[in-house]
Ligand binder design. Structure first.
Ligand SMILES: NC(=O)c1ccc[n+]([C@@H]2O[C@H](COP(=O)([O-])OP(=O)(O)OC[C@H]3O[C@@H](n4cnc5c(N)ncnc54)[C@H](O)[C@@H]3O)[C@@H](O)[C@H]2O)c1
Ligand SMILES: [Fe+2]
Length: 370
């Protein structure tokens, strides 16, 4: 028995950003974005749309509790009863911040109870969200959760509610053309990780797995070429498609062990999310050999090869993209690594993983991680 659901309306194509004009007509909405996006595109966009009630353009990468409190302070002048939706134009950090506001409005107590007082999040009647991603990576435009970081306590939290699925995602590959090389690589690898994590996942089903395989194949075929041809619209379009497949896959499964391993590596070692959650993929892939027949068959479809060969092909692809692949390159001690891995297997996302620690440790040894 399985169930699949993803209720987001996807509008895809070149210059589809212009659809915002129709969507905002006669509507009251808040615009949330980041400085870079604001300077780059917003003048053009704002000239052609019904003006928002308020614009907030100060979203920083990886939304932190303190940043979100500032955002709530800024929005306290708004009467949320009059707001039809929040328009989020930006990367995962912008869309996740918008989801926090959709859930809690300007109620700092609700956010603080959740992040600082260990209480379950109280979400009543969230505001609708319209998302316009400017990265091909997080797929936050297709999921019903947001990551909130709390640097003060070195923790990350996941805010999740079925009503936090955006109503509409406008995915326009022309918005992705200016993305710098490192951001292109790290966000593309985040989409690869979401795709693969959805396959070795206890929540996988045939539909999520179909999208997971497609997403992984599209990233692996297109990202290495795109990294050397950043303004190629066809390759950008393929990455945007890969990111949709990844989103449709992991929106139904959540992530698994590579994401749990990544969080302390980002928080304590400052390694970008997409790199931190992808360097372990070859070892995890190899560790799935003989563990779960269905997942193994699905993983073999990515490279049309067995998992010993596939894991080496994947390692080589990641190496060609400049990803660090052993503890030396990551600057992590073996002792720290052992602690991160043990805690990751015990964590919530680690428990989504179909494999086991023994096979993972063996694969790491075989592939010279330490
Ligand atoms: N909700 C989810 O389902 C989900 C899934 C994965 C990751 N995340 C979260 O998303 C965040 C990462 O998002 P991201 O990888 O999209 O990056 P990001 O949103 O953090 O953006 C990174 C930087 O790139 C800039 N940027 C964005 N678009 C650009 C463009 N087109 N050109 C040039 N610069 C641009 C931003 O201004 C920012 O400085 C993390 O906080 C992660 O935890 C959420
Ligand atoms: Fe991710």
């Amino acid at each position: 028995m399985w169930q699949y659901n993803n209720p987001v309306n996807i509008i895809f194509g070149e210059k589809k950003i212009n659809e915002i004009q129709k969507i905002t007509e006669k509507k009251k909405y808040i615009l949330i974005t980041s400085d870079f996006i604001f300077k780059e595109y917003l003048n053009e966009i704002l000239n052609s749309i019904n003006a928002p009630q308020l614009i907030y353009s100060k979203i920083n990468p990886n939304p932190d509790y303190e940043d979100l409190i500032l955002l709530m302070d800024f929005l306290s002048k708004i009467n949320f009863h009059n707001i039809d939706f929040i328009l989020a134009i930006g990367g995962g950090s912008v869309m996740d911040s918008a989801k926090v506001i959709a859930a809690f409005k300007d109620n700092k107590k609700l956010l603080t109870d959740f992040i600082k007082r260990n209480k379950p999040p109280l979400i009543y009647d969230p505001i609708d969200l319209i998302t316009v991603p400017t990265t091909s990576g997080s797929s936050s435009e297709l999921t019903c959760w947001a990551t909130i970081w709390d640097k003060a306590s070195n923790k990350k939290f996941s805010l999740s509610h079925t009503k936090l699925y955006p109503k509409t995602a406008i995915i326009d590959p022309t918005l992705l053309l200016n993305k710098p090389k490192q951001l292109t690589i790290s966000t593309g690898l985040d989409a690869l990780s979401h795709s693969m994590e959805s396959i070795w996942n206890i929540n996988a089903n045939p539909i999520s797995a179909f999208h997971g395989i497609q997403g992984a194949r599209l990233v692996l075929e297109n990202l290495p070429m795109l990294a050397n041809d950043l303004n190629n619209l066809e390759l950008r379009t393929n990455l945007a498609l890969a990111c949709i497949h990844a989103g449709l896959a992991f929106s139904n499964t959540k992530t698994a062990i590579s994401h749990n391993i990544s969080y302390p590596i980002t928080l304590e070692f400052g390694i970008q999310h997409g790199i931190a959650c992808s360097f372990s993929l070859p070892f995890i892939m190899r560790s799935m050999k003989g563990i779960n027949e269905i997942a193994e068959q699905r993983l073999k479809k990515i490279f049309n090869n067995d998992l010993d060969v596939s894991s080496v092909l994947l390692l080589n692809k990641l190496r060609s993209l400049g990803v660090p692949l052993n503890l030396n390159e990551l600057n992590i001690t073996k002792q720290k690594w052992d602690l991160i891995v043990s805690e990751s297997f015990d964590g919530e996302r680690g428990k989504n993983f179909l494999g086991n620690k023994e096979a993972f440790d063996k694969a790491c040894k075989e592939m010279s991680v330490f």
